[in-house]
Design a protein. Structure first.
Length: 103
């Protein structure tokens, strides 16, 4: 099962960006991004939305809940823990609030 850090690294590499370039686009420290990509640091809801925006994908695909642009990720909702699903739902809600889609 691919974790969010793996997805972020994969999307960054697809864009041809360095960790430093992506960190600057998101507004975080490069060491924070490194730990996120290594799955050693959880991704805060607001960062999930920021990553989704910069990669031009929706938060669900970034969280592995649906394929991104026709690219299917292994697993599915049944392969996530309850905590991972709660985090994913919170991230989607935060993203929708940020985009004004919660009205």
């Amino acid at each position: 099962m691919m974790k969010i850090g793996d997805r972020i690294r994969s999307l960054r590499e697809e864009k041809g960006w360095t960790q430093l370039e992506l960190a600057q686009k998101i507004g975080i420290n490069n060491s924070v991004l490194s730990r996120i990509e290594a799955n050693k640091r959880p991704v805060e809801d607001v960062l999930v939305a920021a990553f989704a925006d910069v990669f031009e994908v929706n938060a669900d695909s970034l969280l592995g809940r649906e394929p991104a642009g026709g690219r299917a990720f292994f697993g599915g909702a049944h392969s996530y823990t309850e905590e991972e699903l709660r985090v994913a739902e919170a991230a989607v809600e935060a993203y929708r609030r940020m985009k004004g889609l919660d009205k």
